[in-house]
Ligand binder design. Structure first.
Ligand code: SGN
Ligand code: CA
Length: 525
């Protein structure tokens, strides 16, 4: 039986089951590769020049988490962790390849059983169809910025090309679903943006935004990787690994790009545009490209030019994203949904904005391990604009959403509900966790980051790089330990493992690492 709407806010069902109808709604907004450095509420110098007013509004009205982390800094694993509340080795999605154990129960299924209406719109990125969702509209693989393809339950297994820019379309479809949903039920919407994933293609109207700004350079842009073997063999450096065309948008130098997939994907990205979009694109980039070519830059000057081009395109994409977050917040206000909806803003992992000379993620070093997390939930947060410094991780989302819906956490979920933090102005209960476990597996793969696991206690970080050298690194096996004191060395450039005075810390963290491996049956390390 449908519910009736009284006075625009109170919902009473015809079968008298008021409790079901009063349960909070859930919106999980997850972007792809969004760094905390580019959200102005976090205060990083880059973000001060490229502010995000709508995300800042969310932080002002909710809670900003300063220590939100992932357990494996990569898309597909992070998405499977969101759905299951498990570590990667438990749900099987350790890398970007197939792996997810599709027999597992995902939290949206439990919400459905409890009367929630569920949807996922945007990036999905697992090698199976979504389950546990009444509705889905998902992007093809990584998705595209311009005129992307989507699949729904009604498109006969096909992906259909749509006209528009990815972040706008994903928001349009989300608001449309909210409008047309069964309003007698609480809802859970996973709103998963493609933005700002590589190759950072700005929306036409923002192609010239920040043209006159010079973004500050990170201290470690010219890192020499001394004492850090795995950091020295990666292939994700702005200086060496960015392509002229696909990454840097210098179409004039595309012949320098020899990697077949780069050549192919750049052509595809341009071919997707309408003639008007292509015209705006060329007008925005051509002049500056020609000037740069004329200057014949080399060495540090060239790296700095590449850095500016990279950061500008990235924050232009963030501008569009922030606009779209604003649309969602306005929609909730207009429809009387703000009070009873938890809205979570996060990313599937963090991203390097030139720190260590890098783009991409994967490493357990801070900028990719740490992930933005902002939560607004007026019903549980009596005070607005608080900060929470507790160690939280993406294993905690599923337990949180179940808790909010009044569903008991299944024993297989390893995370912990965040509601105690919401209720208590971000102060952690006495028995809150003291450490986090991290494990990255995707090697050999693009960017060539070696396998590693480790623990972090909020100050010290112990990392173990391990495994056989493969492909280009053939025979170059690795078994290396690193230890950082983030209080003394926030940029993580001084590996103090084995140094005098660190044995007690190393002993404690090694025991903790062994405890995680044993308690959770980690077999590879
Ligand atoms: C693609 C990207 C990589 C990126 C992975 C994983 N190349 O392969 O740079 O590390 O995705 O990203 S791309 O130019 O084709 O985009 S993730 O977000 O899915 O984990
Ligand atoms: Ca990602």
């Amino acid at each position: 039986m449908p519910a009736i709407l009284l006075g625009g806010t109170a919902l009473i069902s015809c079968n008298g089951n008021k409790q079901v109808l009063d349960r909070p709604n859930i919106i999980h907004i997850m972007t792809d590769d969004h760094s905390f450095q580019t959200i102005s509420a976090y205060g990083h110098p880059i973000s001060q020049l490229a502010p995000t007013p709508n995300l800042d509004r969310l932080a002002r009205e909710g809670m900003l988490f300063t220590r939100g982390y992932v357990e494996n800094s990569l898309s597909a694993p992070s998405r499977a962790t969101l759905l299951t509340g498990m570590y990667s080795h438990m749900h099987g999605q350790e890398t970007l390849g197939p792996g997810f154990d599709t027999t597992l129960t995902v939290f949206p299924q439990l919400l459905q059983e409890a009367g929630y209406q569920t949807a996922i719109i945007g990036k999905w990125h697992l090698h199976c169809d979504p389950k546990g969702f009444d509705y889905y509209r998902i992007l093809f693989e990584q998705g595209d910025y311009y005129n992307p393809e989507f699949k729904t339950k009604d498109t006969d297994g096909k992906y259909i090309k749509e006209s528009g820019y990815a972040s706008t379309l994903i928001t349009d479809y989300s608001l449309e679903w909210l409008d047309n949903r069964d309003k007698s039920k609480p809802f859970c919407l996973l709103l998963h943006h493609k933005t700002p994933h590589r190759n950072w293609m700005p929306e036409p109207k923002y192609l010239n935004l920040y043209d006159d700004v010079e973004f500050p350079y990170p201290e470690t842009l010219f890192d020499d990787y001394e004492g850090r073997e795995a950091a020295s063999t990666q292939e994700m450096s702005i200086a060496k690994d960015m392509s002229w065309s696909y990454d840097l948008k210098v179409d004039q130098l595309k012949d320098k790009d020899k990697t077949p997939w780069i050549v192919r994907d750049w052509k595809r990205a341009l071919d997707r545009m309408t003639p008007e979009e292509r015209k705006a694109w060329d007008e925005a980039y051509d002049d500056e490209n020609l000037k740069m070519i004329d200057r014949n830059l080399s060495g540090e000057e060239l790296v700095k030019w590449k850095y500016q081009r990279y950061i500008k395109d990235y924050v232009r994409c963030i501008k569009s994203l922030d606009d779209q977050i604003g649309r969602v917040l306005d929609y909730l206000d207009k429809n009387g949904l703000t009070e009873n909806t938890i809205i979570v803003y996060t990313s599937d992992q963090g991203f390097y904005m030139g720190e260590h000379g890098w783009f991409d993620k994967r490493f357990m070093y801070e900028e990719s391990f740490r992930t933005p997390l902002i939560v607004r939930f007026p019903k549980m947060m009596k005070k607005k604009g608080t900060r929470c410094d507790a160690l939280v991780q993406n294993i905690d989302y599923a337990p949180t959403y179940l808790d909010i819906a009044g569903i008991e956490k299944p024993e297989w979920m390893v995370g912990r509900s965040l509601t105690e933090l919401f209720r208590n102005e971000g102060k952690e209960p006495e028995d809150w966790r003291n450490t986090l476990y991290y494990h990255y597996y995707d090697y050999p793969a693009v960017h060539m980051v070696r396998r590693h696991d480790g623990v972090f206690d909020g100050r010290y970080k112990l990392i173990h790089f391990y495994g056989e050298g493969k492909q280009k690194d053939k025979g170059n096996d690795i078994d290396k330990w690193e230890l950082y004191d983030l209080q003394e060395d926030p940029c993580e450039v001084n590996n103090i493992y084995g140094e005098e005075g660190t044995s007690e810390i190393t002993k404690g963290l090694t025991e903790e690492l062994e405890r995680y491996r044993k308690d959770y049956n980690v077999v590879e390390f």
